[in-house]
Design a protein around this ligand. Structure first.
Ligand code: SF4
Length: 330
């Protein structure tokens, strides 16, 4: 079982917009503070990148924007009329080819290069109205080249649930990727599945059962093939945040291990908190804390190993919650 000592966690590889905590590379020469990126520095292997600097734009530089033209959306510099679309496309494609083993992205919102959601596309190069919104050019290329890999904007990670989902995804993906790179065997993949069973069930019960079947039918000569298919399922599972209902089902299931051993008041207390959780009055951490204390008290070894309780280093659990950010279906 993993403890909270981060030294034993596999460090996910995460591409990050360089202006977030890493370099003063914004158009105006600024660097942005970001609490989540700062917090993650010790626990992930960051690949900081500033696509605009990479295509040769200076610091400081003129602002650029997305403009709707007869030939589609272009990345333009209003002051000079220069079109940077092709350079940016080329850089993005080269970057994707050179960085295949990526577990996640944290990109700067609203940027015509890095923004993932709602970047404005103007009707003209000059001052004009917004025609529609889309992703920035670099971000769009990353979404297409790494369509199964978690990708988030820094602003959305101030939302507790989005952040929890993102951290869970990148640490689990990184762990399995490491196993794949070290040469996987049947025993280790089954052990992995056993340890993540309740976490995966919280995300997607049907897919978890399919993954179980895949492992049950695993042939000794085709372990690599099975591991690849299993990995695709992990990526698929993390494309959606877990629902309150499926999380509640797993919490109830785990509660079932203890319910007969508890006093009525303990049971009532837990069920009342579960109800609060369903109604968004309390967080999953509160329920996990209670279940974890019962795991220790009743020495439930099977549950003790479950990643459901600690899917990423506990040091990354911080109370920051802006409440901002919608759940976006990819
Ligand atoms: S948003 Fe992207 S392109 Fe803009 S400064 Fe930050 S890293 Fe560079």
């Amino acid at each position: 079982m993993k403890t909270d000592r981060h030294a034993i966690w596999v460090k996910p590889t995460v591409v990050v917009s360089k202006c977030l905590e890493f370099d003063a590379c914004r158009y105006n020469g600024d660097k942005l503070k970001d609490e989540v990126v700062k917090l993650l520095k010790e626990y992930v292997r960051f690949i900081p990148v500033c696509p605009e600097v990479e295509i040769g734009l200076g610091i400081p530089r003129n602002t650029i924007r997305l403009v709707n033209t007869n030939n589609g959306t272009h990345l333009m510099e209003p002051k000079t009329g220069d079109d940077h679309t092709y350079k940016m496309e080329l850089f993005a494609k080269t970057f994707a080819r050179g960085n295949q083993e990526i577990d996640g992205f944290i990109l700067k919102s609203k940027s015509p290069s890095c923004g993932i959601y709602g970047v404005k596309v103007y009707s003209k190069l000059e001052k004009s109205s917004t025609m529609f919104t889309r992703s920035g050019v670099f971000a769009l290329n990353m979404k297409s080249a790494f369509h199964q890999i978690p990708i988030e904007e820094e602003g959305r990670l101030t939302n507790f649930e989005i952040r929890r989902h993102f951290f869970t995804s990148i640490f689990t993906i990184a762990e399995f990727r490491r196993m794949l790179s070290q040469g996987i065997d049947a025993k280790s993949i089954i052990k992995f599945h056993t340890r993540h069973k309740y976490l995966f069930m919280m995300y997607n019960q049907k897919a978890t059962r399919e993954m179980g079947r895949l492992l049950a039918q695993m042939e000794a000569k085709k372990i690599n093939q099975t591991a690849y298919l299993y990995f695709q399922n992990i990526l698929r599972i993390f494309k959606r945040m877990p629902s309150k209902n499926s999380t509640t089902n797993v919490l109830m299931h785990i509660f079932g291990y203890f319910s007969k051993k508890l006093s009525k008041s303990e049971r009532d207390h837990f069920l009342s908190l579960l109800n609060d959780y369903k109604n968004k009055f309390t967080s999953i951490n509160v329920l996990n804390g209670i279940l974890s204390s019962w795991i220790k008290r009743f020495d439930e070894r099977y549950l003790r190993q479950q990643s459901f309780f600690t899917p990423f280093p506990a040091q990354l659990i911080i109370p920051l919650d802006s409440g901002k950010g919608r759940v976006i279906k990819n």
